[in-house]
Design a binder for this molecule. Structure first.
Ligand SMILES: C[S@@+](CC[C@H](N)C(=O)[O-])C[C@H]1O[C@@H](n2cnc3c(N)ncnc32)[C@H](O)[C@@H]1O
Length: 248
């Protein structure tokens, strides 16, 4: 592409960035705070919707999670493990896809108690109630439930560096030796040049949460190594997401 001409995707990213920055200024001027993840009076989740609409994902959270779930079911060596619990599972899209793809797996989803009914309905609608259960709790104040594999999808980017470390450390404590933690997010490429969705998502988290931000695979792998995971690797998932796996 000749100098001075923009690729359409680059132009779209610039337009989204401009929208997000305008929204950040407006929210900061109006409230003096971040807008928060959930839609609420005076602080609608406009920035997330701008990304979602631009990427034609409809509901960004569910859309991203289904693609990631299918890829994680395929790419990870599930035959070496028996149990999996998704931390911050919401309705349970990821554990359901894993259980559907791997009939030997049992486990479930951990989330705030309010998520329980939606999780149980979703799991029942897939005929998985005998293999997947809901674990109610708060991942900052309760211990994480033990399983061979823990998953944290679209969780770490909501939180500060210190809170990211807390969550990774709690996952490490809950895993057996040889167990695995799978983290996935719109992980930014290590050079911070190509995953523009991840970069914009990071900007979105800065707007929407008090201290959240997205990160590179190298960042996540070094955090995991600091905490004591003996082996780590990263693999791309469909779209802007990647997973980072840590083996205890
Ligand atoms: C962005 S959603 C991610 C859902 C799912 N993992 C996915 O990838 O689509 C974040 C989830 O974390 C849960 N969550 C937020 N704070 C939590 C806490 N303190 N303890 C447990 N779960 C929490 C929310 O209820 C929500 O289901």
């Amino acid at each position: 592409m000749s100098a001075g001409r923009r690729h359409p995707a680059e132009a779209l990213d610039l337009a989204m960035t401009s929208t997000l920055l305008a929204k950040a200024r407006e929210v900061a001027a109006r409230t003096g705070t971040a807008t928060g993840w959930a839609p609420r009076p005076g602080g609608p989740n406009v920035a997330m919707h701008a990304i979602s609409a631009s990427m034609q994902l409809g509901d960004a959270k569910a859309g991203l999670s289904m693609g990631a779930a299918a890829a994680i079911a395929e790419k990870f060596p599930w035959d070496r493990y028996h149990s999996v619990i998704d931390i911050g599972a919401a309705e349970g899209c990821v554990p359901a896809q894993l259980a559907l793809g791997h009939p030997h797996l049992t486990g479930g989803g951990f989330d705030l108690p309010a998520a329980g009914p939606a999780f149980e309905d979703y799991v029942a609608s897939h005929g998985l109630t005998s293999r997947l259960r809901f674990y109610p709790g708060n991942f900052f104040t309760d211990p994480l439930p033990p399983a061979d594999v823990l998953v944290m999808g679209h969780i770490l980017h909501d939180w500060s560096l210190q809170q990211k470390f807390t969550l990774l450390r709690k996952a490490h404590q809950a895993l057996p030796d040889g167990g695995a933690l799978i983290v996935y997010d719109a992980i930014i490429d290590d050079d911070r040049t190509t995953n523009s969705f991840g970069l914009l998502m990071s900007l979105n988290m800065l707007i929407e949460t008090p201290a959240g931000f997205d990160y590179t695979a190298a960042d996540c792998r070094s955090w995991m190594a600091d905490i004591g995971f003996r082996d780590t690797y990263a693999e791309p998932l469909p779209g802007p997401d990647s997973m980072v796996v840590g083996i205890k």
